[in-house]
Structures are given as structure tokens and as C-alpha cells.
Design a protein around this ligand. Sequence first.
Ligand SMILES: Cc1cc2nc3c(=O)[nH]c(=O)nc-3n(C[C@H](O)[C@H](O)[C@H](O)COP(=O)(O)OP(=O)(O)OC[C@H]3O[C@@H](n4cnc5c(N)ncnc54)[C@H](O)[C@@H]3O)c2cc1C
Length: 418
Amino acid sequence: MKKVDFLIIGGGIAGTTAAEFIRISDSSGSIAIVTEEADRLYSRVMLPHYLRDKIPYERLYVRKPEQYKEKNIELLTNFQVEKIDTKSKIISFSKGDQIQYEKLLIASGGKVNKLKISGSDLFGVTYLRTIKDVKEVKDLMKKAKNGVVIGGGFIGIEYAQSFAHAGLKTTCVVREPNFWSSVVGENSGKLINKILEKNGVEVINNSEVSEFVGKGSLNSIKLKSDKDIPAEIAGVGIGIHMELGHLKDSGLEINKGVLTNEFLETSTQDVWAAGDIAEFNDVLFDKHHLMGNWSNAAAQGKIVGQNLVSGWGSKEREKFETISAYTISIFDGTFTFLGDPATEDTQLIERGSLETGSLGRLHLRNDQIVGASLINLPADRSALTKVIKNRVKISASKEKLKDINFELKNLLSLDNGQ
Ligand SMILES: Cc1cc2nc3c(=O)[nH]c(=O)nc-3n(C[C@H](O)[C@H](O)[C@H](O)COP(=O)(O)OP(=O)(O)OC[C@H]3O[C@@H](n4cnc5c(N)ncnc54)[C@H](O)[C@@H]3O)c2cc1C
């Protein structure tokens, strides 16, 4: 049986970064990355940019094959993990092979939620998660005249812009009263609706799809209200989940993802988790949570790579302590998520207004800002990162936060801007 010192499940940004940081500190240990996909590391973040012709296909790949070779990192593609036995330290793959590890990192990310309704296997019903998906979407977009987006989240925003960019008559079907309103709130949701509509996208709120209609290929979608919308392509973006099947019987502690402490160590010796799959102890916000974004996965990959070399439970290991953020474009505007995206047990303060087209929502816990969503407020991002990190108490300045002309960096000054 093949044996490796460092085995990494997942060839995404978390797993690949971890392998590279292992190599920086350990020049001789054997490192293998296994991925169920057929490809080396590519950027999921750039998939929508390729759809909108901003980059060529080759630019999606963010590592060259030589870079794995130079660092002596073995990449095993089309290797789907079926079972993890943490007692014997043996990983079994769906095609029958087995590998024994010394140290194991689980960085297997998330999987898209599929819409299981009549017609969902028709050609033309698409998802956007992998490089394989994006090829199919791009080809379909070239031939289609009408595109329907299902789901009012960030993948929905990416699909809507991509369809509109390709000149398709674009309609979004959103279950909530406004786009993404369950996450960003009513007013920000209204603003996203407004931006999409201003750019020629029709948004149908409070609506659900009941059926994909067609013979072999998609012709239209039927709403629960019975309305039919012509569509040769449907883009479904209804969230992701953590696929935990291969972790069953592994003995690892699991909740929504793989539970880890602040060092990204799981409950089992010599096993770590990082990236989208890790439900980690976030010391900044004093809670365990999943954080599905690229910068978080990259930052965790770096720390966990170093910690694998230091060893499980060693004194040299480092805590993961990063305020992550991501920004996407919404036509010519921007949307940013920062810090803790959860809104339970938080006080929510809105900054700016729907009318001005710039609107932020700040999440406060114990009089400290812990997270934010920002539409067309790019200048707030850097100040807010520092405010969150420094745990600035802002009890007296809450009213000022609502005023878009109040610069958030003032919260950091000696008089605390209060
Ligand atoms: C279209 C799109 C746009 C995005 N845009 C942004 C953005 O603008 N900003 C941002 O911050 N984030 C964005 N994200 C999210 C971001 O891409 C993810 O948070 C990040 O890629 C997660 O990295 P990861 O390494 O944890 O997991 P993944 O990238 O999901 O990698 C998981 C790896 O595990 C492998 N794997 C899974 N199961 C198995 C198994 N059983 N056996 C073997 N291998 C397995 C997969 O093949 C893959 O190689 C976007 C995501 C998508 C899909």
C-alpha cells in the first residue's frame, strides 16, 4: 500500500496552500494531494469572470503543473475518497485504491445543493461550482436567448450578470421578498433588486419554480403560480452543503462541517481540517462556524500547513485568527461581506440608504462591530477590518455610524470618534 507523510484531501485553495506551506518547512516529507476532480488548482472566484469574457479559460488555472513538480507535491486527480479510517490511518478511494497517511488534512470543501423537481435532469439546467460546470454554462449561454436564474444569493447575482452580459433576456426567480434578503436584510435586498433591474434583469420575488419543462433540453420553467417563463438555460444557485458521507465512521467530531479547535486540529490526533469544510473555533468571535470564502480558505491553508509540520498538539502550532472578507461586483457596483456574517444575537445598524445606492449593514455584538455587508461602500472595508480586529467599543458613536459621511476610520483614533 502507498504511504505518505502528509496526505491532503482536496486540491482547492485550502489544500494546495497547505501543501505549499508544508514544503516550505519540510523539504523531504512526502506530500500527496488527492482530489475527486480532474483538474489542478483553479480559481472558483474567477469562474464568473470567465463567463463574462473578462479572462480567457487558461487564466482560471492558478497553478502550473510544473509548480507541483518543483515542490515535489504529488497531485492525484480523479481520486474520490470513500472512507477514512483514523485508527489504521488508511484512506480508501472509490476505485479501490488505498493510501496510508502519517498526517491528514481534510480540505474537501462544499458541494452545491441540487434542485430536485420534475425536469431537473434536462440539458440546460446548470450549476456553477466547478471548472467543468463553467464550460457547460458558457457553451449554453452562447446558444440561448432566454436565461432564468433560480435563487437570490451570491451565485444568483453572478449568473444574472453573466446571462445579461451575454445578451440573454434574464429573469431571476427568488423565493424571498427581495434578493438575498434573508442574509443581507430587507433594504440591501431591495437595493440589489434595484441594481439588477436597472441593468435589464427582471426579478420575480416571493416565487418558486415547480418544474423544468422540455423534452431532453430545457424550453421553459414553470413557477408554482403556474406562470411559464421561456428558458433555454437555467442557472441554479440555491446554496452549498458540506458533503460528509466520506467522513462517516471516521470517528471525527462533525456538526455542519468538521469541527476543529483554533489550531485547525480535529478531535482526532494527526487529523486537521481547513477551508470551507472546517467548522473552526474562531477566537475573534468566540464561536465555532463555517466560513465559505476564498481568503479564509487560503489563510487557513497557510496556518494549517505550518501546523501539520509542527505536529498535532505541539507547542509551536499557531492559532488561526483572521478577519476574512470577499467582494463581488454587481454590474458596475460592489458588494462586500466582512467578518462574521451571522446576524443572530446581533444589533444591526444600517449605514447609507437605498435612495443613494450605497448601503451598509453593520453587525454589532456587545457594542463591538463583528461583521458587515456593504453595497457600494468600498472605502469602508479597510477601516472596518481594523475596527473589528481591535474590538473597538463604539457605544457612544452608534448614531454616527448611520451617516455615510462619517468616516469609519475615526473609530480607530484616540478619542474613538465618539
Ligand atoms: C462561482 C463561485 C464564485 C465564488 N466567488 C467568490 C468570491 O468572489 N470571493 C470569495 O471569497 N469566495 C468566492 N467563492 C467561494 C470560494 O471559491 C470558496 O470558499 C473556496 O474555493 C473554498 O476553498 P476550499 O479549498 O475550502 O474548497 P474547494 O475549493 O471546494 O475544494 C475542495 C476540493 O476537495 C475535493 N473533494 C471534495 N470531496 C472529495 C472527496 N470525497 N474525495 C476527494 N476529493 C474531494 C474537490 O474536488 C476539490 O478539489 C466562489 C465560489 C464559487 C463556486
